[in-house]
Structure formats: structure tokens, C-alpha cells
Design a binder for this molecule. Structure first.
Ligand code: BGC
Length: 743
């Protein structure tokens, strides 16, 4: 790698901006090759000619893997690692250096336009899956660009909106997935988001890009702007942004050159960014070996992921899997021949092939298969279309009705206004179910949809999400039990939009969106407020049955916040299958309000019929911590460890007690009487103060327990004032001096 000091100021200024839409600047005579960055994240979008970040112009054929909303439901990091490796192979063959993904933002509302690109409403799950994906990708010398950093949960006004989020909520909800991937997989790049965070643009946010990302978490790569997220290149560079994409023409470099010359930008800051960019690209190139791949093999991986991520929400009477032989199957809905398998916008992929659900179903069975489109994608009423479908349903043994969100209904760039399926589809379900109640509803969609008018009408519901180019054949295999639906929900399915945590704070206005629900997003909200949901986080049925037995929660040393949870899982059914052990932790008595439970560990296990295995899941200090005024805080006392098959299906619970040091809140002149009482040395000072004051008239109240209880929330200055009128502050300052002497 060339030493930045051998480069001219002008050369350095050019190197921190894109050369064009997708490549960085190369300077041949200085030995600096250009690097290519492209979307991402569920397939390669290397554009052939016209460049854009909206998915408009064509790109080279590439495997369209299931999107993150789908793969999130796999709960299977090992599979995500294979997906990352497959993507890397495609990048290598196409000479792509950095793939723009994964997207690991939190799903704050079902309305988020890019929910299909994100894994989960839970940071642990998103972080684990993201880290695995990155490890798979980067092992082959292709860099990841984890995005969109940070608190970029909506599309509405995405380039100007300020996400107003308190620090605890950022630390516990919106940042931990990024922290996890940085610590576990050291992504080559982090992409800063468009939005502001508490008023400061992500691209100019020194706290975010430098203090948290680098100083605290140890990030070693470079920070790239989302496409067009840089406004002031000087401020951005100072804050810790390294590369601005795409090209800004001559303007950006000229601004930096002028800033260095007039002294408003230290050249060392520019050198630092140049070094980071060149260093990352050089490191990636150094790890590369020859790579080839077969498109058919990647198609198979895409199919495996689709099946492992499909969530069987409901299966009354064991309607699924369908028998290989029997009467006619009516496959209804236009998705049967025009599947919705990916989302729109910058992640749009030109697939190498596309499995049609109808053809795949017909191929997988010897049974007669009939098809009718049943309804129109555009939502228009068409009685003739419906009539044919109802007739087909009436004559069939079983109906597979495909419902979901058509392309036009969700996309990057805007948020949805409701979470309903198109009315025409719900009407179709009613009519079809009346003609034949044996209905399997198959769903295709990127963001959660309300199933309020579906659940009661269909005995079986299979959620395929956006299953990628091989989703059609994965569906056929699941329907006939050739593979099992391996997915568990990575996000709650609420009954109604009004029940969702961000409902009254979404999508904000006047360029501000307040995160009033704080840490209570997803199941943290539904479970803590005990709200009925259609399907809980972590839910998903299998074709077999499992028994989970909590063997114990071992705390080797109660003075250290760490535990191991041991669970025996047995496949008690007659088919092979997989299940996810989910470990949640709750802190029933805490110094701050906390969600009733939070996912702290998980593991997917695949078992043959009758087989059993013992899984051990480690809980570290963060599993018990909240973000308090002094950073990550673990309080001594009782914690409840729960083993569940969803956040609402807790199969075993064990309480543990941690004997960690008590939380000591530093005392100052503003502290409450209660703070003084709780402080180990402060309590002693308080006692002395009480004795000294005992002679005074008002001091008796301190001895009175009931009175003392009422005073817990009262500033010590005011308490002291009552004892010695007019001398409250003076007294407390004296107490603080005594405290310092004893410390
Ligand atoms: C999106 C990014 C994407 C970039 C390049 C932006 O509009 O937010 O996710 O990687 O464009 O296409």
C-alpha cells in the first residue's frame, strides 16, 4: 500500500470520493487500483451500463437469494455464512471488491419500506446473522459494508429526518447489532445512513462514527457514506467518515483541498481516511485466491435457505404436508405464475433463473394440479376471475391460495401506510374458503402484514416472505414434505397496526421522528404490555414435534455476571426436523424499567426422529445489563432465565441470583435523599448528618421510617433545608466534602 505522504494533496482529496457511481479512484502511477462497490445484500447488482441506486437500470445476472426478512427467520448463522460465501464467489467473478450489505437495522414498525432488507426486530438475532454473513463473504476477500448506521428505521424523509432517540435506547436496541458485527466479524466498511440522529447527520456524527464505532468497538475498516449522504465533506471527514459515494465531480475534492490550504482541515485527517481506504482494499486483495462457482449450485443454496426460512404459522389438523397422491390440488392466485421473490430498490437483482411455484408444484406431485389467477395484482375487482377460482376450489381436494404484497405495494424509498393485504385478496380467501375449507394460504411479502382476516379462514398458513429465485421450488418441496419449513418468526405479527409500538410516533413530522416507545420495540413491547398478537416472535411450527427440557442454568461464580444454560432437545415426532432453542432473560426487580424478557441466546438444532441433543448456551454480562447513566450496568439480585419456543411459548424458567457489586450512583449536590441512602459511603455520611441534626426540631422526621420513605425522591438539599432552614445547599456541600474524605 502506498504511503499517503507520497501522494499530493490533490490526489488524496480525490481518493476519498467515488470516481463514478460504483468505483473508487485509482491512481495507476502510484500503484493504487480502483475498487468496485456494488449492491447487495441478497444478490449482486452489478450494473451493466446506466448507474443508479434505485434499482432502475439493468444489472448482470446473479443469484437472487432470499431477502433478509426471509433469512432472518432461518435463525441459522451457519446458513448465512454459506450465503455470504456464495455471494463472495459471484463478486469475485464479477471483480466486485465490496458488497453493500448486510442491512441490519431494527424493524421499528411493520410500515418500514425497507423492512424486507432487514433481519429482525431483535438486535441479537440481526447481529448474529449479519456477522455470519460477513464472515462468509470476507473469507473470500470481498468486503462487506454493513448498513445503514444508524437508527435508519424508516424511508419517510429519510435524507433529512432526525431520529430522536435517547442513549439507552440507542445502546440497547439500535446499535447492538452493529456492535456485534464489528466485534465478531470486523466488516471492511460501515455505511453511514442518510438520517440525522438527535439532530446530527449520521455522516457528520463524531460520537457515532468515531467515539462509539472506533474507540469503543474497535472498528478497523473505513466508513463509507450511503449514496449521497455526505453534505459537508469537511465536517464529515472530521467526524470519521472516510469515503463519500458516489462521485461528486470536482466539487468534493476541491472543497477538501481548499479546507486544508486555509487551515480549516488538518491534512492528517485526510491522510487518515486515505490510509483506511487503501488499507482495506489492499487487505482484501491480499487474501484472494482463485474462485469459481456454478450458478446451479448457488440456486440450490438459495433453495435451501428459502426452505430453512419458511415459517409454518398455522397447521390445523396437520393439513400440511400434502400427500403425494390423492385428489386435485387447486393452486390459486397470480403469484403462482408471477412469484414475488425480492424487493424493489437498490437491492433489486437480475436473477440467473426463476422457479415458478405452479410448475414446481406440478413437478413435485403426481396429483392433478389446476390453476386459476383468482384476483388481480392491481386490486381491481374481477368477478369472472374469482368465479373460475371458486369453481376450481370447489372441485379440488385441497386449495393452495397464494396471497401477499405485490411489487407496487412495498419498496425502498417510501413507507407503507397500512399493513393490510389488498382487500381483493381477502375477498378471494373468503370466497374460496366458503367453497372449500381445506385452504393452505401461502404468503409472499417483505414486511409484516395483518393476518386478522386470514387466520380464522385458513387451517394452514405458510409464510415464505420474499424467498428468492428458488422460492417456487422450495415451496413445492415444503408443501409435499420433501423438506420441512425450518423458519421461526424474526418479528412479531401483530393483529393490527394500532397495536404496534411506534404507532403514535410514526413516521414523525417536521423532519423529526421521536422514538417515544424507547426500548420497547417488537416483542419487548407486546410482551411487556401483555398485548395479544397474531403470531409471536420466535414462533414457527414444524412437521415434527420437539420436547425441550431445561437441564439447568449454571452460574459458576455469582459475583460475575455469566451463566450457561443447558437444554435437552428431543425430536419426539416421526420426521426429521429442526427447532430453535430461544433463551430469554428478564430482570423482575430493576432500578430502571425493563422489558419483561429479552432474547439473549439461541441455537438451531436439526434432529432425526427420536434423536436428542444437549445444547449449551452462554450468557455473558451483557445478557443481564441495561444501559444506565454510567454505561452498561448489571444490578445484583434475581434474574429470570426462560427457555422458549417463542417469546410467548416459554417451556421452562429458572431464577438465578447474581451477587455482583451494587450499582453506585455518584452523589452530587442534586442527588436525592434516596441516592444518599443507597450509596455505601453516602449512607454513613447521612447517618452522621442525622445524628448531628438530632438536636434540631425538624430532625425527628428523619428517624420516622414512613416519613423517610416519603422523602426518598426528595433532593437532599431540600431535606437539609427542612432540618436547618436556609442552609440546605451549604449542608449538602459539607456532606459531599465528608464523602470525599471517607472515599
Ligand atoms: C441505499 C443503499 C444502497 C445505495 C447504493 C442507497 O440509496 O440506501 O442501501 O447500498 O443506495 O445503491
Amino acid at each position: 500500500m502506498p504511503d499517503p505522504t507520497t501522494l499530493t494533496l490533490e490526489e488524496k482529496a480525490r481518493l476519498v470520493f467515488g470516481a463514478d457511481f460504483w468505483t473508487t479512484v485509482g491512481i495507476a502511477d502510484k500503484g493504487i487500483p480502483s475498487a468496485m462497490l456494488t449492491d447487495g445484500p441478497h444478490g449482486l447488482r452489478k450494473q451493466m451500463a446506466g448507474s443508479d441506486h434505485l434499482g432502475i437500470n439493468a444489472s448482470v445476472p446473479a443469484t437472487a437469494f432470499p431477502t433478509a426478512a426471509t433469512t432472518g427467520s432461518s435463525w441459522n448463522p451457519a446458513l448465512l455464512e454459506r450465503m455470504g460465501a456464495a455471494l463472495a464467489a459471484e463478486c469475485r467473478v464479477q471483480q466486485v471488491d465490496v458488497l453493500l450489505g448486510p442491512g441490519i437495522n431494527m424493524k421499528r414498525s411493520p410500515l418500514g419500506g425497507r423492512n424486507f432488507e432487514y433481519f429482525s426486530e431483535d438486535p441479537l438475532l440481526a447481529g448474529e446473522l449479519g456477522a455470519a454473513w460477513i464472515n462468509g463473504l470476507q473469507a473470500l476477500g470481498v468486503g462487506a459494508s454493513v448498513k445503514h448506521f444508524a437508527a435508519n428505521s424508516q424511508e419517510t424523509d429519510r435524507m433529512r429526518i432526525s431520529a430522536e432517540v435517547d442513549e439507552r435506547t440507542l445502546r440497547e436496541i439500535y446499535l447492538p447489532a452493529f456492535e456485534r458485527v464489528v466485534k465478531k466479524s470486523q466488516p471492511a466498511t460501515v455505511m453511514c445512513s442518510y438520517n440525522r440522529i438527535n439532530g446530527v447527520r449520521a455522516s457528520e456524527n463524531h460520537w457515532l462514527l468515531t467515539e462509539v464505532l472506533r474507540d469503543e468497538w474497535g472498528f478497523e475498516g473505513y466508513v463509507v457514506s450511503d449514496w449521497g449522504a455526505t453534505w459537508d465533506p469537511v465536517e464529515a471527514l472530521k467526524a470519521g467518515l472516510d469515503l463519500t459515494m458516489p462521485s461528486t465531480g470536482e466539487a468534493g475534492p476541491a472543497t477538501l483541498v481548499a479546507a486544508v490550504k486555509d487551515g480549516s482541515l488538518d491534512e492528517a485527517i485526510l491522510d487518515r481516511a486515505v490510509r483506511r481506504i487503501l488499507d482495506v482494499h489492499a487487505r482484501l486483495r491480499a487474501t484472494r485466491t482463485e474462485v469459481t462457482f456454478a450458478a446451479s449450485a448457488h440456486h440450490e443454496i438459495a433453495r435451501e435457505i428459502a426452505a430453512d426460512s419458511a415459517v409454518l404459522l398455522k397447521n390445523d389438523g396437520g393439513l400440511l404436508p400434502l400427500a403425494q397422491d390423492g385428489g386435485t390440488i387447486a393452486v390459486l392466485g397470480p403469484f403462482a405464475t408471477a412469484p414475488r421473490y425480492q424487493g424493489a430498490g437498490s437491492s433489486h437483482v437480475n436473477p440467473t433463473r426463476l422457479d415458478e411455484p405452479l410448475a414446481a408444484i406440478a413437478e413435485a406431485t403426481g396429483r392433478d394440479v389446476v390453476h386459476a389467477p383468482a384476483y388481480r395484482f392491481d386490486g381491481g375487482k374481477d368477478d369472472a376471475l374469482l368465479g373460475v377460482a371458486v369453481d376450481a376450489a370447489a372441485q379440488a381436494d385441497v386449495v393452495v391460495l397464494m396471497l401477499g404484497l405485490p411489487d407496487a405495494v412495498e419498496s425502498e424509498g417510501w413507507d407503507r401506510e397500512h399493513m393490510d393485504l389488498p382487500q381483493v385478496q381477502l375477498d378471494t380467501l373468503s370466497a374460496v374458503a366458503a367453497a372449500n375449507p381445506r385452504v393452505v394460504v401461502v404468503l409472499s411479502h417483505g414486511a409484516v402484514v395483518s393476518l386478522e382476516h386470514v387466520v380464522g379462514k385458513a387451517p394452514a398458513i405458510l409464510d415464505m416472505w420474499l424467498a428468492g429465485q428458488a422460492g417456487g421450488s422450495a415451496l413445492a418441496q415444503i408443501l409435499f414434505g420433501l423438506v420441512e419449513p425450518g423458519g421461526r418468526l424474526a418479528e412479531t405479527v401483530p393483529w393490527r397496526l394500532e397495536h404496534t409500538p411506534a404507532y403514535v410516533n410514526w413516521p414523525g413530522g417536521d423532519k423529526v421522528v421521536r422514538h417515544g416507545e424507547r426500548v420497547y420495540i417488537g416483542y419487548r413491547w407486546y410482551d411487556t404490555t401483555d398485548r395479544d398478537v397474531a403470531f409471536p416472535f420466535g414462533h414457527g411450527l414444524s412437521y415434527t414435534t420437539f420436547a425441550h427440557e431445561l437441564l439447568g442454568v449454571d452460574v459458576p461464580d455469582p459475583t460475575i455476571a455469566a451463566a450457561t444454560v443447558r437444554v435437552r432437545v428431543t425430536n419426539t415426532g416421526e420426521r426429521a426436523g429442526s427447532d430453535v432453542v430461544q433463551v430469554y432473560v428478564g430482570d423482575p426487580v430493576a432500578g430502571v424499567d425493563r422489558p419483561v424478557r429479552e432474547l439473549r441466546a439461541f441455537q438451531k438444532v436439526a434432529l432425526a426422529p427420536g434423536e436428542a441433543t444437549v445444547v449449551e448456551l452462554a450468557l455473558d454480562d451483557r445478557a443481564f445489563a441495561y444501559w444506565g447513566t454510567q454505561g452498561w450496568t448489571v444490578e445484583p439480585g434475581e434474574y429470570v432465565v426462560e427457555v422458549g419456543r417463542s417469546s410467548r411459548d416459554i417451556v421452562a424458567t429458572q431464577s438465578i441470583v447474581l451477587d455482583v457489586p451494587p450499582v453506585v450512583v455518584p452523589l452530587d449536590v442534586d442527588s436525592n435523599f434516596g441516592d444518599w441512602l443507597a450509596h455505601p459511603i453516602g449512607a454513613r455520611v447521612l447517618e452522621e448528618f442525622g445524628k448531628a441534626a438530632a438536636a434540631g426540631d425538624s430532625a425527628g422526621m428523619l428517624a420516622d421510617e414512613e416519613m423517610a420513605g416519603m422523602m426518598l425522591q426528595m433532593p437532599m438539599v431540600k431535606v437539609a433545608d427542612f432540618v436547618a432552614p436556609g442552609r440546605g445547599e451549604q449542608t449538602v456541600r459539607g456532606m459531599l466534602e465528608a464523602l470525599e474524605r471517607l472515599a
